[in-house]
Design a protein around this ligand. Structure first.
Ligand code: SF4
Ligand code: FES
Length: 374
C-alpha cells in the first residue's frame, strides 16, 4: 500500500547492573546508562554528546558485556568502550557490578596519571576536575612509573585561554570544539605516542568568537580561562544561573560569584559535566559573554545553579539544606555561634576586585593598610 505507515522500530531492552531499561535502536551503552543515571553510569573523559565523533580515546567508560543479545547471549570476551558500543536487544552489561571493570578502570586511571602532574593545589580546575573525581574513585595512592614526566612550556591560545599541556589527557574534545564551532579546520593533535600533544595549530582557530568553549569541554585543567586563572578556588565561589539578550549565542550562562563580584562566566553544565542543550541545540556561549561581561549588572540573575552531581561546588549551596538539631547554643550558655560564616564579610576579600586584577591573585593583593608600608 502506497500510504502504508512505517512502524517505528521496537525499543531494545538492555540490563545494566541489574537495572533494565528500554532504549531506541542505535543507542550506545553509555547513553542507556545515562538514562538510568547515578553510579551505574560509567565515567566518560573523552566522549561528549554535543561533539560529533567524540569518544573512544580514553577507555574510562569500559564495561563488561555479560550477554551480547537475546539472539546471541554469549558474553563479549573483552571489555568494551560503552561510548562506542551500541545496545542490542537483551544485552546484559556490568559496570559497578564487575570486578574486571573496576580493575581495568583503576589501570586506566593509573595510565592517565602517568604524566598528569599532581598539582591540584594550584590548578584552577580543582574541585570540578573529572580526572580528580576519577582519581578519588579509582586511583591508587602511589605510582609505579619510574621515568620523568613529560613536560611542555605553557602556551597562550589567544589572549584569554592558556594551554597547560602537562595536564592534557589527549581527549581531543577541544579539537572537536575548534573543528565544529569554527569556520575551518586548522588544528589537530601533533606527533604520536608519548610525544603527542595539542599545540599551536589550535591557536590558529582562536579567531572564532566561540573558542572559549574549549575551556568548558576540557575535562582537566589543561585549558584555563586567563581572566579567572589563580583568582579563586571554585568552592569559594557561588554559581548562579543568569542570562542576557546576546545576539551571538544563547546568552544562558553560569556566573561564578564571590560576593557580588563575577569572577568567571561559563556555559551551564548538566549532571554529566556537559554543556546544557536548549530546544535540542547545545548552549555554547560566545567569548563576549564569557570574557567581557564580568559585571552582575550585565546579567539577569535567575537564581542559584543546581549542581546535581557529586562536587565540592555543591557545598556552597545552602538552599533546602537540612540542619541537624543544634545543641551548641545550650552548651555555650545561650550564645549564638555563627555556624555559617559569611566569609566574604569576615575575610575582607570583597575589598579587592579580584576580577579586575591583571594577573593572578597573590598574597600581595591582600596586604591590609597596617602592613602595606612594611
Ligand atoms: S587540552 Fe583538555 S580538552 Fe584538549 S585534548 Fe587536552 S585534556 Fe582534552
Ligand atoms: S568516554 Fe569512552 S573511551 Fe573515553
Amino acid at each position: 500500500m502506497a500510504d502504508e505507515i512505517k512502524k517505528a522500530p521496537a525499543p531494545l531492552k538492555v540490563t545494566i547492573d541489574n537495572i533494565t531499561v528500554e532504549v531506541p535502536a542505535g543507542t550506545t551503552i553509555l547513553k542507556a546508562a545515562r538514562q538510568i543515571g547515578g553510579e551505574v553510569t560509567p565515567p566518560a573523559m573523552c566522549y561528549y554528546s554535543k561533539l560529533e565523533g567524540s569518544g573512544g580515546k580514553c577507555r574510562t567508560c569500559l564495561v563488561e558485556v555479560a550477554a551480547g543479545s537475546t539472539a546471541d547471549p554469549r558474553p563479549m570476551p573483552k571489555l568494551v568502550a560503552s561510548c562506542r558500543t551500541n545496545v542490542m536487544d537483551g544485552m546484559v552489561v556490568k559496570n559497578i557490578t564487575s570486578e574486571r571493570v573496576q580493575e581495568a578502570r583503576a589501570g586506566v586511571v593509573e595510565f592517565l596519571l602517568l604524566n598528569h602532574p599532581l598539582d591540584c593545589p594550584v590548578c584552577d580546575q580543582a574541585g570540578e576536575c573529572h580526572l580528580q573525581d576519577l582519581g578519588y574513585q579509582h586511583g591508587k595512592e602511589g605510582t609505579r612509573y619510574q621515568f620523568e614526566r613529560r613536560t611542555f612550556e605553557k602556551e597562550d591560545i589567544g589572549p584569554k585561554i592558556q594551554l597547560h599541556m602537562n595536564r592534557c589527557i589527549l581527549c581531543y574534545r577541544c579539537t572537536y570544539v575548534a573543528d565544529q564551532l569554527t569556520d575551518c579546520r586548522v588544528h589537530g593533535v601533533l606527533d604520536r605516542g608519548d610525544h603527542a600533544n595539542i599545540s599551536t595549530h589550535i591557536s590558529k582557530a582562536i579567531d572564532s568568537n566561540f573558542s572559549g568553549n574549549m575551556i568548558d569541554v576540557c575535562p582537566v585543567g589543561a585549558l584555563t580561562d586567563k581572566t579567572f586563572r589563580f583568582k579563586n578556588r571554585v568552592w569559594f565561589t557561588k554559581p548562579v544561573d543568569a542570562h542576557r539578550d546576546c545576539p551571538e549565542c544563547c546568552g544562558k550562562v553560569t556566573l561564578w560569584q564571590r560576593g557580588d563580584e563575577v569572577l568567571r562566566v561559563t556555559a551551564r553544565k548538566d549532571e554529566w559535566g556537559e554543556i546544557q542543550s536548549y530546544d535540542g541545540k547545545p548552549g555554547w556561549i560566545c567569548n563576549t559573554c564569557r570574557f567581557e561581561k564580568k559585571a552582575a549588572a550585565d546579567w539577569v540573575i535567575e537564581g542559584p545553579t543546581v549542581v546535581n552531581r557529586h562536587s565540592v561546588i555543591s557545598q556552597g549551596h545552602y538552599q533546602g539544606m537540612q540542619m541537624p538539631k543544634e545543641t551548641i547554643q545550650d552548651v555555650m550558655s545561650g550564645l549564638n555561634p555563627r555556624l555559617l560564616m559569611d566569609i566574604h564579610d569576615i575575610s575582607e576579600v570583597n575589598k579587592i576586585e579580584l576580577s579586575q586584577l591583571p594577573g593572578a591573585a597573590t598574597s600581595a593583593n591582600y596586604k591590609n593598610e597596617s602592613t602595606k608600608s612594611e
